[in-house]
Design a protein around this ligand. Structure first.
Ligand code: TXA
Ligand code: MG
Length: 340
């Protein structure tokens, strides 16, 4: 049985949070909101609890977890060396959607990092999350609280639909603020490398610590195993269209209707006179996309469509995080000129 408790995001009820913290301390699993997406939390120092996280999600054992902390003091339990550059980023961006990969300290269970000598760590910008970690008095390992491969959860109902019956508790704090996962930055190389784009942009990081590198090789990509799998995906076939026209999208959707219901998510209103066509129109800005894309994908997926078409946005600034997720979720990427 999975219990659901509502929590006021601004004034989390101490008794409810204590209950969640007690479950974490005793080796159980608690889903909780962060400012990005919901996480599936477990005591990062408890090997058994970590095994349960991988099991509940169906997550490949070689994909390491992010450890969540409540402040600078807990960081010393998790990471061994914190460089001056990392310190500057922490001062500027924590609490917030920036995950730093650092050298792992001994208290963190090795399976959290899938055996890597490093650990990914962040301090979430969410009162419910911070209070729960503080009361648990232990670092909390938490991947996104979805079944492995599916869109990340931005509402408690999404967690329930994926993990109901497999975890102890869901803290329901309503919609998450940002909607896409944190930026992951590897601080263990000569030049810091961005392993996953997120709401904290490359430009914002560079302002604080200078140029940020790209994962140069397959070897470097391997350091963030999570980026290798198809991810964030609906069950339906999904096509992302980039640099396209309303006519192109309309034609694509109309033709696909021959095969069954079709869903569309985009910023261009597309009208097709067929009740098997469902469209979700979002603002063109990255903020609108980020906060609604995962719930829109889940909503359309429920209609068991033959195809979901998603219109891309500009791949710059915060848009880079959105487009990264869309491309990974896609079965296919199209432009008006045809295949990429
Ligand atoms: O916003 C977020 O980061 C959310 C919330 C819950 O905090 N969490 C999240 O976790 O997205 P998850 O497990 O879905 O993604 C973790 C990513 C994966 O791509 C994984 O490969 C990478 O972080 N990662 C974790 N530990 C790593 C390490 N030691 N070295 C390199 N990459 C690592
Ligand atoms: Mg995830």
């Amino acid at each position: 049985m999975t219990e659901v408790l509502h929590v006021d995001p601004e004034h989390p009820d101490p008794e409810t949070i204590e209950r969640a913290a007690a479950i974490i301390r005793s080796g159980g699993l608690v889903a909780f909101p962060t400012e990005t997406v919901y996480g599936l939390g477990a005591d990062a120092t408890n090997e058994d609890a970590i095994r349960k996280v991988f099991e509940a999600k169906g997550r490949p054992a070689d994909n390491p977890l992010i450890v969540h902390i409540d402040g600078r003091r807990m960081l010393s339990l998790v990471a061994r060396e914190v460089s001056p550059a990392a310190e500057r980023l922490i001062a500027r961006f924590w609490p917030g959607p920036l995950t730093l990969v650092l050298q792992r300290a001994g208290t963190v269970s090795a399976s959290v990092s899938a055996g890597l000598p490093t650990v990914a760590v962040r301090m979430p910008g969410n009162k419910i999350a911070l209070e729960m970690i503080r009361r648990a008095r232990t670092p909390v390992a938490a991947p996104s609280a979805n079944t492995s491969g599916r869109p990340s959860p931005t509402r408690a109902e999404h967690v329930m639909s994926d993990l109901g019956g497999r975890i102890d508790l869901i803290l329901d704090g309503g919609n998450t603020l940002i909607g896409v996962e944190s930026t992951v930055l590897d601080m263990t190389c000569e030049q810091p490398v961005m392993l996953r784009p997120g709401w904290i942009t490359r430009e914002a990081l560079a302002e604080v610590i200078g140029p940020i590198g790209e994962p140069a090789s397959v070897e470097e990509q391997k350091r963030s195993p999570g980026t290798r799998y198809r991810h964030y995906s609906p069950r339906a076939r999904m096509i992302v269209v980039e640099k396209s026209t309303p006519e192109f999208i309309r034609k694509l959707c109309s033709e696909a209707l021959a095969g069954g219901p079709v869903g569309f998510i985009g910023h261009t209103p597309i009208r097709i006179d067929d009740d098997r066509f469902t469209s979700v129109v979002l603002g063109e800005d990255p903020k609108a996309y980020a906060s609604q894309i995962y719930s829109a994908l889940r909503e359309l997926d429920e209609k068991r469509p033959a195809l979901i078409v998603v219109e891309g946005i500009c791949d710059a600034g915060e848009g880079a995080a959105v487009m990264d997720r869309l491309r990974r979720a896609a079965s296919e990427i199209l432009t008006t000129d045809g295949h990429r």
